[in-house]
Design a protein around this ligand. Structure first.
Ligand code: SD4
Length: 307
């Protein structure tokens, strides 16, 4: 059986390269997805995840992470976590108990400390300077204003799948706010018998559509990954337009259990993919006028300006 890794945003490209090497060397889907995400969590150049993440309204960096094992349907998640290196690794470690799989705030931090996870002050001087310039501007909060979640979906050679996510959430968010990212079904979902999905964008809107679970259920009903991703995003976009009179920035990645991928998006959205038959590749997805996604291969990554 082949392997595949699919991840959100240009910032995930290096992680996809490393994850695909691991998968080629017979690593598990879980190890590959976490490696992919940690590459971004550890890089201060990316201001939406981990070290260098942009802070909340009070200038503090709170991180969210989630992980789902598609073989067992076990999941772990952390929300509003301050002072640790890798929320996705902490989330993954929570999946094996039968209770207490989703921890937030002080409880999540006490757990991470007791479990020996690496601590780190994630506020860099650059993020603090940007905060001092922007604080008070919460009215104009846009998730895609340099602020995006890394999601990674992996399939290994044994047919096991997983989903992982990590984010610092919306820039200048209210203290205590959680978006979709750590919420199973909305931010991520994986079932090795079907496929996996994960979302990035405005969490308050993504949760209204329970977007990741919805896409996996479309796969289950026989849609291809591309049809599932396009349909889930198009329906949510139409619901938001019809009921609330607005559209939002939302992107969704879907990986079938055969390693093929699909993407749905309301905006221009870079993503990265690699498999046993394709080297790590950066793609650009755009929303077509008919609700279909237009995907182009990026030959020169320097031409893609957003992370
Ligand atoms: C959130 N979905 O906290 C995340 C943010 C994000 O692109 O993905 N931004 O709502």
């Amino acid at each position: 059986m082949g392997y595949a890794i699919l991840s959100t945003w240009k910032m995930s490209f290096q992680g996809v390269c490393e994850a695909s090497c691991l998968l080629k060397d017979h690593a598990s889907a879980g190890d590959a997805a976490v490696r992919c995400i940690q590459c971004t969590e550890d890089n201060p150049a990316f201001v939406s995840v981990g070290y260098g993440g942009l802070p909340d309204e009070n200038g503090r960096v709170f991180l969210d992470g989630g992980f789902m094992d598609g073989d067992t349907l076990k999941f772990g998640a952390v929300g509003a976590l301050e002072g640790f290196r890798s929320p996705v690794a902490i989330a993954r470690s929570l999946k094996d108990s039968n209770f207490n799989n989703f921890l937030v705030g002080k409880g999540a931090e006490a757990y991470a400390e007791a479990a020996g996870f690496e601590k780190r002050d994630n506020l860099t001087p650059e993020s603090r300077a940007r905060y001092l310039k922007d604080k008070g501007k919460t009215q104009n909060l846009f998730s895609y204003d340099g602020h995006d979640t890394i999601c990674a979906l992996a399939l290994d050679e044994n047919g096991s799948m997983c989903a992982g996510v990590s984010t610092s959430g919306l820039y200048l968010k209210k203290a205590g706010r959680l978006g979709d990212s750590p919420v199973i079904g909305s931010g991520f979902y994986a079932d090795s018998a079907i496929g996996a999905a994960a979302a990035t964008g405005v969490g308050e809107e993504i949760m209204k559509g329970v977007l990741s679970f919805r896409a996996v259920m479309y796969l289950r009903s026989g849609m291809t990954p591309m049809q599932a991703a396009e349909t889930a995003v198009r329906e949510l976009k139409e619901d938001l337009a019809n009921r609330l009179g607005r559209t939002s920035s939302i992107s969704l990645i879907v990986l079938g259990n055969d390693g093929t991928f699909g993407v749905g998006t309301t905006i221009e959205f870079p993503f990265a993919y690699a498999s046993d038959t394709e080297p790590p590749t950066l793609y650009l997805a755009n929303a077509g006028s008919d609700g279909r996604t237009v995907i182009t291969r990026v030959e020169d990554p320097a031409t893609v300006t957003q992370d």
